[in-house]
Design a binder for this molecule. Structure first.
Ligand code: AMP
Length: 388
């Protein structure tokens, strides 16, 4: 196996892309970037195992932008004056499971295409279609879309994928969890026979492998070596407390410590709502975020969390998946997840982009076995601390 690049300069990327990497402040490629960028740059299909927080977005965006710069842009469509607008051509399509993730990915793309003369657009639900339609009909270099809205635009002939050279399936496992597998297949079928497909997933399952076998051509499989272990900068702690005391314990702890931006995970939507209410009642600026809430409310809650007017965001796992907020200082496991992978995903929300963070679990006696499993699987030492 060839040596992995430790400098962005060694990845063979266009100088304009490298200038944007420098501007973004990325000093060195993350492991998934060092592994995935060269084959993607060379046009191979890649199946990557990488969770949020590993730099996986830039791992597919940077080489894709490089390739678009290397290929001649298609000539602008010139319809006769009276003819209806032809569908807009998309050069690279990124499919995201959620609107939140799609918006964040579009943000990363905007950073990476500065000065490159390329365009990016979003096709997601929850916003009026007309405005999107007008933007898409002009043709777009990189389109980030959720499956449902994209199929709408295809049905309306707003866009065509007949000239799309690259398809990215981001967070493919979440896409399957949310029931998008048929949509993804239908979308992939609209691309030309020869195109590049990239599949990124935080977990690999038989269903993901089946999808990869169907959609990817001789893919290269890559996984960063530390995939199974949480980042080392996270201090991991546990407070043993009966389940019915957990809300009061957490409220006391948050009142006592200025923990900064805090994400609390609960298993169910009801638990998220009821905990957010009880924290608010204890004088802590808290809000719940989950799928029962409409898009406007979710956007509003996230914006308040980013601004800091909401200090504790109480979220379910599905909702939290697509959120990219760098300075979360404390992650709280209000319950102990049944899957060790879920624990690792959750606590990966903190200590991002080189920062430090704390992960605190609240553990009822009945959950001790789950905690032991997590310690065993992740090799982590979770230190017990006193209840406040
Ligand atoms: P992602 O895994 O795509 O959700 O990225 C996680 C965070 O890491 C994002 O805030 C990125 O801006 C940041 N990031 C991505 N690549 C690098 C890098 N090479 N060095 C430092 N930060 C990075």
């Amino acid at each position: 196996m060839t040596e992995l690049a430790t400098r962005f300069d060694d990845l063979g990327l266009d100088p304009r892309v490298l200038a944007n990497v420098a501007r973004a402040g990325y000093a060195a490629p993350s492991p998934i970037q060092a592994l995935a960028i060269p084959p993607i740059r060379d046009g191979r299909d890649v199946e990557a195992l990488a969770r949020t927080g590993t730099g996986k977005t830039a791992a597919f965006v940077l080489p894709t932008v490089h390739r678009l710069l290397a290929q001649a842009a298609p000539p602008a469509a010139m319809p006769p004056a009276a003819a209806p607008q032809p569908p807009g051509r998309i050069r690279a399509l990124i499919l995201s499971p959620t609107r939140e993730l799609a918006s964040q990915t579009a943000g990363t793309i905007r950073t990476c295409i500065r000065g490159c003369g390329l365009t990016v657009a979003l096709a997601i639900g929850g916003v009026p279609k007309d405005r999107q339609t007008r933007a898409l009909q002009t043709g777009i270099d990189l389109l980030v879309a959720t499956p449902g809205r994209l199929l709408d635009h295809l049905a309306d002939d707003t866009i065509t994928l007949e000239e799309t050279g690259c398809l990215v399936l981001d967070e493919a496992d979440r896409m399957l969890d949310l029931g998008f597998v048929d949509d993804v297949r239908a979308i992939a079928a609209r691309l030309p026979t020869r195109h590049q497909t990239l599949l990124f997933s935080a977990t690999m399952s038989p269903a993901i492998s089946a999808l990869a076998r169907q959609l990817l051509h001789k893919p290269l499989r890559v996984a960063p070596p530390e995939q199974s272990a949480p980042p080392p900068r996270i201090r991991q702690q546990v407070i043993f407390t009966p389940a019915d005391r957990k809300p009061a314990t957490l409220a006391a702890l948050l009142r006592q410590q200025d923990s900064g931006r805090t994400m609390v995970f609960t298993r169910t939507r009801q638990a998220a709502d009821s905990l957010a209410r009880s924290l608010t009642g204890a004088g802590i600026a808290a809000a719940a975020l989950h799928g029962d809430h409409g898009q406007a409310r979710r956007d509003h809650t996230l914006a308040a969390f980013r601004r800091g007017t909401v200090r504790a965001l109480v979220a379910t796992d599905v909702m939290a998946r697509g959120i990219d907020i760098d300075d979360v200082a404390l992650v709280v496991n209000f319950d102990i997840p049944e899957q060790p992978e879920t624990y690792i995903h959750r606590i990966g929300r903190t200590a991002r982009a080189g920062r430090r963070g704390t992960a605190l679990s609240l553990c009822d006696p009945a959950e001790r076995q789950l905690l032991r499993e997590i310690e065993k699987r992740s090799g982590a030492r979770i230190v017990a601390i006193d209840s406040p």
